[in-house]
Every structure is written in C-alpha cells, then in structure tokens.
Design a protein around this ligand. Structure first.
Ligand code: ARG
Length: 461
C-alpha cells in the first residue's frame, strides 16, 4: 500500500490515485487567494485566543508563522504541493512544519468550506475596489474629452444610418452614463460580497464558543451571514459580480465597435494614438485598432465566466459541494480581463484625436436636418404626420438632385410648402442648439451635464 500523506486521510486505507490527486487539486489556481487565506487565518486565530481556545503564546506563534509564510509566498519562494490539494492545506501544513504542534490547532472551529468562502469574498471585495478605481479614472478621462469636444458636430446614427446632428461631446456623455451604471452595479454587488461566512464551519456551525462578530470586524466585513448552510454554499455574489462584469463588457465592446468604425477610412472621424494600434506584417499601409478589437473580443470570456458560474450553481443541493471549486478560474479571469480592458480604455479614450472636418462633412450629408424641417412645419400649424409627408417628398427631390436637404435654399423650399418662410434655420448648429432640454445635445446642456457629472463623481468617491 502506498503511503498516506493527506491532512484528512485518517479513515483511508489506500493513497489517492495520482490522476485523482491532480484532478481534484486546485492549488495551481487558488494560490491566488493566499494573501486572503492568511488574513482570514490570522483573524480566526485572534478570535480563538479571545474565546480561550488558544493561549497568547500559541496565537503569537501562529500569527508569526503565517506572516513568515506570507513573506515566502510574496517572494515566490513558497513550494506549492499538488499533493496538498489546495491553498488552505498547503498553508496549514507549512505552518505546522514551521512552528510544530501548535500549527495543528489553527483549524479548530472552522472548515475549508467557510474558509474558502471567506477567501473569495475578501479577494472579490479587493478586486471590486481596484475595478472602481479604474472606472473612476475612465470616467474622468471621458469627461475631459467630452468637455474638449462639446461643440464638435457629428452625425448621430440610428440603424447605422445618418439620423440627426449631435455633438461628439454628447455622444461621449452617453458612454459616461453607461459606465456610471457599471460603477453603481459593482458598488451594489460589493454590499453582498462583504458578508462574513466565518463560523459556519463545514455547514452546521461549530460547538466551540466562537465570536463571529470579532472575526467579521477584524476582516472588515459589514455583516454576518445568517445561516451556516447558506454561508458555505452561497456563490450568488460571484454570479452577480460576473453579471456586472458582463454588462460592463457589453458597454466596452459597444464603444470598441464605434471606435473601430470611426477609425476606419470609410468613416475617418478619429485617429487613435499609434501606441494603441499595430501594423500588418504584409500590408505596409495598415494601422489596425487592435486594442479596441481585443476589448470587443474579450467580452466573450467574461460572458463565459457568467455562464460558467450560473451553470455551476444550478441544481446544487445544500450545502458545500466540490463543484464550487470551479468558481475560481472564471472569477479570477473576469477580474483580470476587466481590469486590463478598463486600463487600456482609461489611457486610450482621452487620447482620441477627432477629425472635425470629416465629422462635420458627414453630418452635412444624409439629410440630417429633415426632422428639424418637419418640426418647423408643425410649429407653423401643420400636424406632425402631414409635416413628415411633406418633408419626405422634399428629401426625395434632394436625393434625385444628388444634394443634401440642407443645400436647398429657403426660396426653393417655399415651393413645396407655403408655411415655409425666411425664419427657417436648417443649419446643423441651429438643430443642435434647439435640443436644449435635460439630456439633449445642445452644447450648453452638455456642458451642464459634464459639470453635474463631475459633482456626482466627487460625491460618490
Ligand atoms: N479547494 C476547495 C474549494 O475551492 C476548498 C474547500 C474544500 N472543501 C471540501 N469539503 N472538500 O472549494
């Protein structure tokens, strides 16, 4: 019989099959949690001391040992062992090897089930804080460029067809609104992440006189989980996180698509900084918007994370099941992916160079002031549906003559409808400035929106 070496193998007669050992191990990826595992263990040890389970000396030994292990891990000098399955047992065994018998007392009154739930929550809380910082950086970058481009006229599109003139500043502020909702979603998710499961032990709690409030306080959790079975098996917070991350990626990929279109020679509205683009190995003329394309592409892996977690949790009976070990890789990957996409955008977006003449030229085509002409006729007394019909006919004339509606003189327009007079203003500026209500594209309104946005950000952070 092969030698038994596991911390849990008292009842086993046979050693674990070597395939099963690597199949069930998580240490290759959950070592990412080491820092939080150690923080959780230190809090647990302090609590065990306070309730009289560990002596002062034992507690000191454990804490010193854990800190030394942490140093080794940070310096990449720690030897992780697959045979010890996961981050928790690797650290616990290293502690016992380092400080001797006292190390074996650390696991009193807890289980890896509440331990791992604690670790992921600490990891995710920290990740959300980093994400929120990046979102803030991006928000400020968007506000800067929106301010610069508040008067830049461009065509607003629906169905990717020219619809009405807008300003680039207004368009950018639409992006800003999307990312503000992302920030809110992560903040809301953080509340539920920040709940302490410690004390739930394997599933039913523990018979030791533990102090759950103390560990929660030491780890800065805002509340305690109310039910030990729920505490060890709940991964809603991870699903919520990947849900929020997926919606964020929907937004970033929509912006990516717009950036790619605008940077194309067909649109030619913007120039992306060279440092964010790459060339082609065969076509010397190419400058490809790779960063935007990759952000668009990376949305797939984040959506994948959400689907993985939903599927992982679906139909799991209470309480902990080994399935849950599969929660980590999608979670870590989503965190890394959105952090890198946010960093790229925070740097790239404020550095966009606009080609104002091309934007303007485009807005001057596509009969973008047709709605303004219809609205003018309504203000002169025509019913909107009739006005729509009149303008449609005029647009048809412009199309036949291969000119834009805006190129028809007032004199000429009068021929199509007697209500048209000299006071008609079909200029792009006129169109934009007339949309001056809250949420409209008029530069003066957008300026106010930017000002309000800065105040909103300052009060939120
Ligand atoms: N590596 C495990 C996980 O990630 C830790 C918890 C193991 N618990 C157990 N009862 N086997 O979920």
């Amino acid at each position: 019989m092969t030698k038994k070496t596991k911390p849990w193998d008292g009842r086993f007669e046979e050693a674990t099959d070597s395939f099963v050992e690597s199949f069930t191990a998580s240490v290759e990826f959950d070592q990412e949690l080491a820092k939080y595992d150690i923080e959780g263990s230190i809090a647990h040890a302090k609590m065990l001391h306070k309730v009289g389970i560990l002596t002062g000396d034992e507690t000191k030994e454990i804490i010193n040992g854990l800190n030394q292990i942490n140093d080794k891990i940070v310096k990449n000098q720690f030897k992780w062992s697959i045979a010890l399955e996961d981050v928790h047992m690797n650290i616990e065994r290293a502690l016992t090897e380092l400080i001797g018998e006292t190390g074996k007392k650390l696991h009193t009154g807890r289980s890896r089930n509440d331990q791992v739930a604690t670790d992921i929550r600490l990891y995710l809380r920290n990740a959300i804080d980093k994400i929120q910082e990046k979102i803030l950086e991006l928000q400020l970058g968007i506000l800067d460029i929106a301010e610069r481009e508040v008067d830049t006229i461009m065509p607003g599109l629906t169905h990717l067809q020219i619809a009405q003139p807008i300003t680039f500043g207004h368009h950018l502020m639409a992006w800003f609104e999307m990312i503000c909702r992302d920030h809110e979603r992560f903040q809301d998710c953080r509340k539920r992440v920040n709940t302490s499961p410690l004390g739930a032990a394997a599933l039913g709690g523990t018979s030791y006189p533990i102090d759950r409030e103390l560990t929660a306080e030491l780890l800065e959790f805002e509340r305690l989980s109310n039910n030990s079975m729920d505490a060890v098996s709940d991964r809603d917070f991870a699903i919520e996180f990947t849900g929020a991350a997926s919606i964020l990626m929907v937004h970033l990929s929509r912006w990516a698509e717009e950036l790619i279109l605008w940077a194309s020679p067909q649109f030619d509205f913007i120039d992306l900084p060279d440092r964010f683009c790459t060339g082609s190995s065969i076509m010397p003329q190419k400058k490809n918007p790779d960063v935007a394309e990759l952000v668009r592409g990376k949305s797939g892996r984040v959506f994948g994370g959400l689907i993985t977690l939903l599927t992982l949790m679906k139909a799991q009976p209470l309480a902990y099941n080994k399935d849950n070990q599969e929660d980590k890789e999608p979670l870590f990957d989503s965190v890394q992916t959105i952090l890198s996409c946010l960093s790229a955008y925070a740097d790239m977006i404020p550095a966009i160079q606009t080609k104002k003449d091309n934007m303007l030229k485009s807005a001057l085509s596509g009969h973008s002031t047709a709605t303004d002409l219809a609205d003018y006729l309504v203000k002169k007394g025509l019913a909107f549906r009739d006005a729509h019909e009149v303008v449609g006919k005029i647009v048809k004339v412009a199309i036949e003559r291969n000119i834009d509606l805006g190129q028809l003189s007032t004199q000429e327009l009068k021929k199509y409808n007697g209500l048209i007079q000299e006071d008609l203003d079909l200029s792009l500026e006129g169109s934009i400035n007339s949309r001056r209500h809250l949420g409209g594209t008029a530069p003066e309104v957008v300026r106010t929106a930017i000002f309000a946005a800065r105040r909103r950000i300052n009060s939120a952070s």
